[in-house]
Design a protein around this ligand. Structure first.
Ligand code: MSP
Length: 519
């Protein structure tokens, strides 16, 4: 049994969670669940990023303290994660005392080592991105090159981290670890950026009241990005509980959006090199969800609220759509039409019908008891063959975070089973009095459904639980291990199945618009 440590970014608490946040977290949850299915001990970390000017400003606008804003928003995030069946192991808040202590320890270590020195910062700052920019980098001399919003001029004493020192070690590391940054197109961008040369970065802000106090100079607080990145090690107790820390560190996967890749693929590994601990296995940058071609964001007022969708259509439909519709790593467009088409065709038609028509026949012709399988023929063998290759296919795609291809390999089995059912036509067998053959056919399809349910659990946990119940299975679904579950014949015959109830009902595009008008 291996260990698997996966993280999401810590999310800013200036506003309520949106689809982009849900996307990263669903992906991390699916990978975590998949790894548990393989038998790994998983540590899945998520949380909130609560310091800095951005949060302070948002709190001031609302006339509340930043801590109160953080408390309220953290509750919103946790609530959404529950609705989405997110199985995190720990939820870190950057205002946790333990985190604050670790951040200060790291800062002191870097300072003692000579990697942090005092200087003067002169440049521009983008509050929404919490990023420093040089005048030459600005758009039209004023605007953030990243988010295009107005920047503010900063001229202050500051402590700097000697990032430039790590240019060569970073380039060597990318070279020796080709899968450290994925997808590879993004990795190439990072490498090109680092090759152009790295400047030392400012790591403190002067007199910023909402930040972690700098341990070597009380007038300064620690730059929010340094504070935030350290969550990945503070949650494991770095510098406080070494044993726990080394059980899970290094992280296997840091999941991030493409907009924050440089922080994770350049600054973070350099900080880790500087304090002398191992680097994470992989930083994977996914794309953005767009609305009519624009990045979804609060300031653009084009946000689709995940709660809105879940309350109407359920969390599985959202999880399925986000991971299935667009290859992970690429940008995607969210539209009600695409959403409805995708879930209706794959979940309601392919998967839902397979379950429904099989159970209906078992209830009607076998008193709702799993029939005893008879002799196996070539058609049955072909169906079983599809299961044989499934674990390896899945592993191959999941290792590369290729969720959409993982779904393709699962749907090959779903479609194969539907086709098998059509060809064997058990409804005709009953008319011909071939009850034994009919029982075999239904057993085989039920057995495929059992295996599919186990395999689908990481992706659509609620629907899978319902399928499991309808099959009448008594074992605990979340405790199943892939290696055992794919063994053919584990479905006990004579097990009592339930009368089918639609697990994946069809939805209509009007459902989107009708409710939209009401809200
Ligand atoms: N607090 C920082 C992360 C610190 S991690 C040490 C932050 N927070 S965030 O709340 O603004 O964004 C978190 C994540 O949400 C990022 O990975 C970002 O890419 C993702 N998304 C935000 N909008 C998005 C979309 N429209 N689509 C997909 N994901 C996007 O950055």
């Amino acid at each position: 049994m291996g260990k698997f440590f996966i993280t999401t970014p810590v999310y800013y608490v200036n506003d309520v969670p949106h689809l982009g946040h849900a996307y990263t977290t669903i992906a991390a949850d699916t990978l975590s669940r998949y790894r548990r299915l393989l038998g790994d001990e998983v540590f899945f970390l998520t949380g909130t990023d609560e310091h800095g000017s951005k949060i302070l400003q948002a709190a001031r606008q609302k006339n509340i303290s930043p801590q109160k804003l953080a408390d309220e928003m953290t509750a919103r995030f946790k609530n959404l994660w529950e609705k989405l069946s997110i199985s995190y192991s720990d939820f870190i808040r950057t205002t946790d005392q333990k985190h604050i202590k670790v951040v200060q320890n790291v800062f002191s270590r870097l300072h003692e080592k000579g990697d942090i020195y005092k200087g003067k910062y002169s440049g521009w700052y983008c509050v929404p991105c919490e990023s420093f920019w040089l005048e030459s980098q600005l758009k039209d001399k004023k605007f953030c090159p990243e988010c295009k919003r107005e920047t503010v001029k900063l001229e202050e004493d500051s402590y700097f981290f000697s990032l430039s020192k790590y240019q060569k070690p970073l380039l060597d590391y990318y070279n020796e670890n080709p899968d450290f940054v994925l997808p590879s197109t993004r990795k190439n961008e990072v490498v090109e950026f680092v090759k152009r040369g790295l400047r030392d970065i400012s790591v403190t802000r002067l007199n910023l009241e909402w930040g972690i106090p700098c341990p070597v100079d009380e007038q300064h607080s620690i730059y929010v990005w340094v504070d935030a990145l350290i969550n990945y090690i503070s949650a494991l107790g770095y510098s406080l509980e070494e044993e726990r820390f080394f059980t899970f560190w290094p992280a296997d996967v840091h999941l991030v959006g493409k907009d924050i890749l440089k922080f994770h693929a350049i600054i973070w590994p350099a900080l880790l090199m500087a304090i002398g601990i191992k680097l994470p296995g992989m930083v994977f940058a996914h794309g953005w969800w767009m609305i009519k071609g624009e990045k979804m964001s609060k300031s653009r007022k084009n946000v689709v609220e995940p709660e809105w969708i879940i309350d109407r259509f359920g969390s599985d439909y959202l999880r399925y759509f986000l991971l299935r519709e667009v290859p992970f790593g690429e940008d995607g467009n969210f539209s009600p039409a695409l959403f409805v088409k995708r879930v209706n065709s794959d979940l309601a038609n392919d998967l839902g019908n397979l379950l429904n028509r099989t159970l209906t026949l078992v209830v009607k012709h076998f008193q709702a008891k799993v029939p005893r399988p008879g002799k196996i023929n070539a058609q049955d063998d072909e169906l079983k063959g599809k299961i044989d290759s499934l674990p390896d296919n899945l592993q191959n795609f999941m290792d590369r975070l290729s969720f959409s291809q993982a779904f393709d390999s699962i749907w090959e089995v779903v479609r194969g089973a539907n086709l098998y059912l059509d060809r064997c036509a058990p409804w005709r067998l009953v008319k011909k009095g071939e009850t034994e053959r009919m029982g075999s056919v239904l057993y085989n399809v039920l057995e495929i459904i059992r295996i599919l349910t186990v395999v689908l659990f990481p992706f659509i946990p609620r629907g899978a639980e319902k399928m499991w119940k309808q099959l009448g299975m008594e074992d605990i679904l979340s405790e199943q291990k892939l290696k055992d579950a794919v063994k053919w014949g584990k479905l006990p015959f004579a097990l009592e199945v339930k009368k089918p109830e639609p697990v994946f009902p069809r939805i209509k595009e009007e459902d989107f618009y009708e409710v939209e008008r009401e809200t």
